[in-house]
Each structure stands twice: as C-alpha cells, then as structure tokens.
Design a protein. Structure first.
Length: 123
C-alpha cells in the first residue's frame, strides 16, 4: 500500500511576501501565520493547510497564457458568484488577463506578484 500523504503547504515565490500574504488574506479570510516575516509569510486554514509566500530575488512573474515564463502552478478558489468575486479581487489588486478560456465557467486572474489563479463556481 502506498504511503498516505496529506497536503500541508503550498508556497509561492514572489518579490514581497508580506504584501502577497496580505492580498490573499483579504481575499480568503485565512489567518496570518504567527511566524511570518519579511522573507517568508504564511496564511493558515482551519484544516492546517499553509499557503506560504517566499521572497525570491529577481522574481519573474509568469506570463500566462504566453509560456515564455511558465505559470508552474496555479491556485483555484470556489466562489458563489463569479462576477462579485472578480470585482472584489480586482479592487484588492488582482489583474485580469485578456485571455479568458471559459469566462462563463471560470475566471483567470493574477495576484499582485503575477501568479495566475482561477475562480470557479462552487457546488
């Protein structure tokens, strides 16, 4: 039997960990990790999952959908109302790429450090 694994953390490279953590904290309501600092900030969920943000010098944001700088990974968030969530996240500093593959079913946005993430309708 293969070993059981539980996802415990997801970490994103970025130029400014506290700023990116603040964006995701406002977007998700997750709690700041108490040991966050200038080079690594984190948010924790009720289930113990940590979303971490680590400082990388000369960070190059993904250029989605252009693969020149690959996205490498992206986060997906379930929301009740796509339009409402998109509006709120844009107000918080998210970007919206022109290319939207299935805008009626999900939205692709970018966080302030350029990482793409998706909004999908929950349920």
């Amino acid at each position: 039997m293969p070993p059981r694994m539980k996802l415990s953390a997801i970490t994103l490279d970025c130029p400014d960990p506290p700023a990116l953590a603040a964006f995701y904290q406002q977007a998700t309501g997750l709690e700041p990790h108490p040991k966050s600092h200038a080079d690594f900030a984190g948010l924790t969920g009720e289930d113990g999952l940590l979303i971490g943000f680590q400082r990388v010098e000369n960070h190059r944001p993904p250029s989605w959908p252009d693969p020149t700088v690959p996205q490498q990974l992206h986060l997906c968030f379930a929301v009740e109302d796509l339009d409402e969530a998109e509006t709120r996240l844009l107000e918080l500093g998210a970007g919206k790429p022109d290319h939207q593959p299935h805008e009626e079913r999900w939205r692709v946005l970018t966080d302030p450090a350029g990482h793409p993430f998706c909004l999908t309708v929950s349920g």
